[in-house]
Structures are given as C-alpha cells and as structure tokens.
Design a protein around this ligand. Structure first.
Ligand code: B3K
Ligand code: ZN
Length: 856
C-alpha cells in the first residue's frame, strides 16, 4: 500500500455528516495477530443533509471480511483511507450496516487504535484512531450509543459505560451516553484493581477501580484519592455529577501521551497513576493529581459536550486545563500554582508562539491533527478562559457555565457556541475578545507612567507581532490587573482590572498623596510579554513588598533576568542587589517554603535564550550557560554560611506526607542542597543521598551531584536498586542527560542509548533520553552540531514505528531561527535530511516542513 498524499483539512470546509447513527454494536474477538471486529451500525439519513448521499466511512489498515446492508451482502472495496458505499446501495430510511474486519494489534507500534502493551490490549482513539479499529465516520460530531462485546481468554475485559453481562471468556458493556468514536476504549489484560467508591450528591453510588499489573497494586492510593477529591470538587464548584455506575482507570506502560478521557474508562500512562514515596517525586504526585482531575473533568467538558470538529479542540482542552488548574490551586496553593503555570506557559507556549510553529488557539487548517495537541491549544486556551472569567467576574462565569451545560449537553459544540453563552448570560459583546482564538502570537505590552499633582497615569501600548500566515493583527482585549503601592510598602490602590481594547490607552488614578510604585499584570492576568524597564531598586522593592504573590515572584524573576542578560551581553558580574534580595527571601520564615524554592530557582537557559532573542540579541548558548552557572555560584557563596541551618530546619522526621506543605519544605531543602553542593565539593549531597527516605530527596541529591560533575557511585547504586522498575529508571536516564556538561551531552546520550534497558519503542524511555537531550540547552545547541544530528537520527529511527511521538519530539528544533548563522545552518541540514527521507510519516513531514519554512 502506498502512503496517502498528505491532505490539508480546513475549518471553512466543515459539512455535517450525511447520516446519523442511533446505535453501534461492536464485537471484538481478540487475538494478537488477527483480531476480528464485527460492527453493526444503526444508521439513518441526516435530515439536515438533503439529497441522497453516498456513505463514506473512514478506515485505515483494516482487512475487510464482509459487509452487509439490512442483512444483504454488498460488494464494496475499501481504498487506503476508507470505504465508500454508493448511494444506489443505501436505503432512504433507517438501515443496519454490518461489517467485519481483521486487524493486528501486536504489530501496531504507533500506539494508536487497538494495540498491545506488554501482553495487554488497549486503545487510543483520539483524535483519529478509531478508523484503525473499524469502518466508521471517525469525526467528533457523529455521536452514538455504543454496546461492546469482548471475547478473550484474558481475565479482565473492559470497555466504556456500564458492565451488563459477562461469562467465561467474554464480557459485554453498554454506554448509555451518546459519544463520538474518539472516546471509545477497550482494555483486556491480566490486571488487578485498587477499588473504592463514591456517592454522588444525588445519591448514585459509583464503583471506582484503578486497574494495574499485580505488582503495582500498592502504588494506586494517591491516584484514587485524587479521583475522589476531583469528583467532589466538580460537584461543589461546577455543579457537575458523574453519570455512570462505574468509573475505571487503567495504567498502561506504552502510551504516547499522559492520559485519555475515554467515557467511563480513562486510560493512563502508568507514570501518571503509580506513586509511592520511594518511587515518585513530589512533582510526580502533583502531576498525578492534576491529570487524574483533568481526565475526570473531561466527562463534562469534552465528553457530555464535545467538539463539532477538531478545529474546536481548545473548547474542551483549554477549558479542562483551566478547570484542573483551579482544582490544583484549591488543593494546594493558588500562588504557587499560578507561578508554576506561568513558568510552563512561557517555557512551552510563548516559545511556540514566538517561533515557526505558532498557530492560533483555534487553527484554521491542519495536515495531521495530532500535531495540534499543543501548548497553544491547551495552555493558551486555558489562559483565554481565565481572562473571560476576569472580564465577567465570578458570578458571570458561573452563570455562563451553567448555561453552557444546559444548552449544549449532548452536543458537539463550537467556539461560537461557547462565546455566545457568555454573551447571553452576561450581556457582554465578545466580538473583539474572539481575536484571542483566531490570531497567533504573544502580544507585547509596553508601559510608561506619569505623575502630576496627585494623579498617576499609566499608558500602555500593545503590539501584536506577525506569525506564519498572519502578517497583521488588530488590538486585542487585554485585562490588565494593576495595584499601586506607597513607597513605604502599603497598598494604596488594591488590585483593579484595567480593560485595554485599543493599541494605546491611558488609565488615570487620582487623589494620591505620593508617587506610587505600580504592580502591573498581577496574577499574570493576560498572557503577554511585558516590556517595562525598571530599576533594580524598584524590582527589589516589589520582591520585598508586593501584596500580590505572583508579582512578588515576578519581580525577583525580572531582577534575575536583567542580571543574566547583562552578564551575557556585557560581561557584567552577578548583581549585588539580586544577591541581597535573595538572601533576605531565602531565610524569611514568614514566607511559604514552596514560594521561596521557586524564587531561588534561576531562569532556565532556554528561557534566557527566549528573553535575549526577544530583546533583539542573538542568544549564545555557551555564554548563557556560563552566566547562569556564575550566578548560581555567586548565590551559593552568598548564602553558604546559613544553608546548613536551613537544611537542618527543613529536614522532616517521621512518615512521608504528599501534601503541598510537606512538598514545599522538600522543595526548599532541595534548592538549598543544590546551592551548598556548589561550595562543599558534594559532601552534603552525598550524605543526603545516603540518608534519603523518598524519591524526592534521592533525585534532589543525585541532581546536585551530577550538576557538579560527580555522582558516579550514586548513579551505580541507584541503578542496582531500581533496575527492575521502568518508571524509576526513566529518572535515572533523564537526569544524566539533563545534567550532562555541554561538551559531553551528545556522548552521554549515545552511551545511554546503548544501555541494555534503553527501549526506544517505549515512549517514556524515548522521552527520558531523547526528549531530555533537547532540554539540555547548551548540550543540545553545542556548536559542533552533534546534538542536532543525534536528535535527527533518533527521530528518523522512531518515525516509521511511532510517527506521533517522533513528530512531537521534533519540536525541539522549533527555536532554530533564534540562533546564530552557523547553528541555523546545522539545523537546516538536519531538517532537510529529515524531509528528504523516503517514506517519512505525514506527522513528521508536516512538522519539519513548517519549521523549515521559517528559514525563508
Ligand atoms: N485528550 C487527550 C489527548 C489526546 C491526544 C491525541 N494525540 C488527553 C487530554 O488532553 O486529556
Ligand atoms: Zn484534555
């Protein structure tokens, strides 16, 4: 079979499907090489589509055994992408189409459709995987009720909905809720369950189960606890109850992403389910809590109300990310959560928005939809929801969401539907606001101020830079949260939201006794780059006094970035005011330890490259690396005398607690250990490694040692202890790659890829090494080009087996236009080599092509 020509799909081409499907009955006879899938589709012509139509069903890599309409065999032949049944063969009334196909899950290395992971069968259908299971209209606006029968000797057989019957070698499931095919799921395996239950506000008892391999049963408690807290929270905060008798989660080792919200049967990458203090870090715990919540929340935002087409992806993803961020904030600390979310937004979404892969939150065309599960759709999509909430207020938001659920339950909706709900519930016109969905790029906001006779004026100017295909843009609605402080640190004007709609706009504050210090963009109220030259003294003042915790952190961040920029571009020394400000903050016990840990963290090298590039410089990866190390050394030297005391005070005896307070103490202790290791030759970190009582402490000590080029013995001990554990060994692979010195990064990766446990077909292991390679900024961008070459080699190795993960990892190249001509030329060679490889997947072809187009 030849590969189909890549076809571009356009939002503007949307047409409803020719038929409606009332019911789907599927029978699976599972076998690794030859699984039979029998489908009965109860179809009728769609009254919204006049005229007599052909029936076009999607289908890929399916061997058609038979097809019948109302019991009569029909003679049809599939093509590469599906099956067309001519209008002449179709009744103009309800009818039943039966097909039987054969598929080979064992050979499915793309991990899309029905595949096998270490002896268990599982599925991943979003976005377009169902077409690899049976012939079907594989599009989200075709919603149907599914009944599934599974036949297999494996002991546990699961699908969506409620269990209806089972016997030896078979089980049947019925899902009463109409759903698109992308939410279909099936699991069969030798699994055991960690069980609990939840009773909904209206009294429905739901049986909860997390299904894992027998040896993993003692690592499910935290995920279950997170699930129960998510179910309660969605009732309390959004008034949303669960709607089936069972909720199942399955942990799978081979998975292309984090997790999947299939109706009633969520499938998870095992790293986002399994946790024990010995094996998981605090970051793992926080991610498990967030992703369990995210997938659960999709039950209403995604499943009950789904997307009309894949261009509307942010309708479910942006909203569900926003909901999981709210949840994590409620469970932990809103201030810390917001800082972490903004760090991630800048690291991933701003980076994407400022490079060749920039695209609108609602794109207008795609070749491969899997390439659009991006930070822009997810994280910028969530920022848009946050801005809407700021603009309409808490009550307006709740009224709008209630109306959304009332009006669109059971439907496949659009961004227009979503915005109309806010307009109808609050009376607000959102026509201009809608530009956030259609225009790519990160706006830049500059500010100037004026003080005269008790009146303080802030003047803002927004610029919306060009992005691929969008040279010119109109001004956006920017909700800018501002507070004003007196020079003594008191707040004179509490947080006020200024609504900016023009290119340039001034806002006046009258009747002030003294010229205030402004705290602008509190809580990061709009996702823009703020250009405001400010003195180190003012930044230090805000770091000490701002009443908004986000901006307090941001002031320290700006201080660090200004300093690092000066170190890189002018060879300046580490700044005394930065050192003094951090010395005060590090030991200020009135502040949350988690906040102090974040404030002590230096901007990443990639962040500095982004910042320098945005300021008009060509970032030099070696100079950035050297400056960041020099700053870290200076900070370590400044804080050193008091670090042992801080570490001792933060050492918790007694049992492990996963809660935010305990995790915050461990984070600050880890930061202190990291610093002291720069001054003591590794003594404290070696002792901490030996004494570590949990994986957070173990990895903190090991990273501190690797960072100073030590840790050989500790790596060996770690490997001996954890060789049998895939998830823990991912950390061992990843830390070595991330912390390798720039000159040795490529060689380290080559060595690790020769390790007998480097199973590159497992996405987690591939990401742990090849993904981490590009996260080692100075190593990846080494002037020899070795990092670029190595990444391209591995992308080309992975692509024929797993194009989705290869395409995702290729985004490591997206920043190439930032760098100098020599590096650009080296990357161009690799992108050209990738693109000219015969048989390259559609996924990677699209990504490499878009990145290369940036070079002109
Ligand atoms: N909806 C899935 C992502 C599917 C990705 C397909 N390439 C997980 C999530 O966002 O919840
Ligand atoms: Zn999601």
């Amino acid at each position: 079979m030849t590969a189909p020509e890549p076809r571009t799909v356009y939002l503007a081409d949307y047409r409803p499907f020719s038929h409606l499907i009332d019911r789907v009955e599927l029978t699976f006879r599972l076998a690794p090489q030859a699984t039979r899938v029998a489908a009965r589709l109860h179809l009728r012509p769609n009254p919204d589509c006049r005229g007599h139509h052909v029936l076009r069903l999607d289908g890929e890599d399916l061997r058609l055994i038979s097809a019948r309409i109302d019991g009569h065999a029909v003679d049809v032949t599939p093509d590469d992408t599906g099956l067309t049944i001519p209008a002449a063969l179709l009744p103009d009334a309800p009818f039943v189409l039966e097909t039987e196909v054969e598929i080979a899950p064992e050979g499915n290395t793309a991990l899309e459709g029905l595949y096998m992971s270490r002896g268990m069968y599982c599925t991943q259908c979003e976005a377009e995987g169902f077409r690899k299971i049976t012939f079907y209209p594989d599009r989200p606006d075709v919603m149907a009720r599914f009944h599934v029968r599974i036949e297999s000797d494996l002991p546990v057989l699961l699908s969506n909905g409620n269990p209806v019957a089972h016997g030896p070698g078979w089980a049947e499931w019925d899902d009463p809720w109409p759903k698109p095919a992308y939410l279909f799921a099936l699991v069969a395996g030798d699994l055991v369950a960690h069980r609990d239950s939840f009773t909904t506000a209206s009294g429905r008892k739901v049986d909860l189960a997390i299904w894992v391999r027998p040896g993993d049963l003692d690592r499910c408690a935290y995920a279950m606890d997170s699930l129960i807290r998510s179910m309660r929270w969605d009732e309390q905060v959004y008034g949303r109850e669960y709607d089936l008798d069972v909720f199942n989660i399955v942990a799978v080792d081979d998975f292309n992403m984090g997790a999947m919200e299939n109706k009633g049967l969520n499938i998870f990458n095992s790293k986002l389910v399994l946790a024990s203090p010995e094996t998981a870090t605090d970051d793992d715990y926080a991610r498990i809590e967030a992703v369990i919540a995210h997938e659960y929340f999709h039950n209403w935002t995604g499943n009950r109300i789904t997307c009309r087409d894949w261009f509307q992806l942010c309708l479910k993803e942006g909203l569900t990310v926003y909901r999981d961020q709210q949840f994590s904030g409620d469970m932990r600390s809103h201030a810390v959560k917001r800082i972490e979310d903004v760090l991630a937004l800048r690291a991933r979404q701003f980076r994407e928005d400022q490079g060749p892969l920039a695209h609108p939150v609602r794109p207008e065309s795609f070749i491969e939809i899997n390439n659009f599960y991006t930070a822009t759709v997810y994280e910028k999509g969530a920022e848009i929801i946050g801005m809407l909430k700021t603009l309409v207020g808490d009550d307006g938001y709740r009224k709008s969401l209630d109306l959304y659920f009332d009006r669109h339950d059971g439907e496949a909706a659009t961004i227009e539907d979503w915005l109309k709900v806010f307009e109808d519930a609050t009376g607000r016109d959102l026509a201009q606001f809608k530009r956030w969905y259609s225009e790519a790029g990160t706006p830049r906001l500059s500010v100037s101020d004026d003080w005269q006779d008790g009146t303080y004026t802030l003047t803002f100017t927004q610029t919306n830079p060009p992005t691929p295909g969008q040279p010119e843009k109109a001004p956006k609605v920017l909700p800018i949260a501002v507070g004003l402080l007196n020079p003594n640190g008191d707040e004179v004007v509490p947080t006020t939201v200024l609504e900016m709609t023009e290119t340039t706009q001034s806002f006046r504050f009258e009747g002030l006794a003294a010229k205030p210090v402004p705290s602008i963009l509190r809580g990061f109220s709009t996702p823009v780059v703020l250009d405001r030259a400010s003195s180190p003294a003012e930044r230090a003042f805000l770091l000490a006094h701002d009443t908004d915790p986000f901006n307090r952190w941001e002031a320290g961040r700006a201080l660090a970035k200004d300093m690092l920029s000066a170190m890189v571009t002018d060879g300046a020394p580490p700044a005394a005011d930065w050192l003094e400000a951090l010395a005060r903050l590090a030991f200020d016990d009135t502040l949350d330890p988690a906040f102090r840990a974040l404030a002590l963290r230096l901007p990443s090298e990639d962040d500095m490259a982004q910042t320098l590039h945005a300021a008009g410089h060509v970032p030099d990866p070696d100079a950035i690396h050297a400056a960041r190390r020099a700053a870290g050394d200076a900070l370590a030297a400044r804080l050193a005398p008091r670090l042992p005391g801080l570490i001792a005070a933060l050492t918790d005896a007694g049992p492990f607690h996963a809660d935010a307070a305990a995790a915050g103490r461990r984070a600050l202790r880890g930061a202190a250990l990291h610093l002291i290791t720069r001054t003591d030759g590794g003594a404290a970190a070696r002792a901490a490694f030996a004494a570590a009582g949990n994986m957070t402490e173990t990895t903190a000590a090991l990273s501190a040692l690797l960072d100073i080029g030590q840790g050989e013995a500790e790596l060996a001990a770690f490997e001996t202890k954890w060789r049998h554990d895939r998830l823990v060994m991912d950390k061992w692979f990843m830390l070595q790659t991330l912390l390798a010195a720039p000159d040795r990064t490529a060689a380290t990766v080559e060595r690790l890829t020769r390790h007998p446990d480097f199973d590159w077909k497992n996405p987690n292991r591939f990401r742990a090494v090849i993904g981490a390679l590009s996260a080692n900024h100075a190593g990846f961008h080494h002037a020899s080009g070795a990092g670029y070459r190595l990444l391209a080699d591995w992308l080309l190795t992975l692509d024929p087996k797993n194009p989705q993960t290869a395409a995702r990892m290729s985004t490591a190249f997206e920043t190439w236009p930032r760098y100098d001509g020599i590096r650009q030329a080296l990357v161009r060679v690799e992108l050209d080599r990738i693109l000219s490889t015969p048989g390259l997947s559609r996924d990677l072809t699209e990504m490499a092509g878009r990145m290369l187009a940036a070079g002109g």
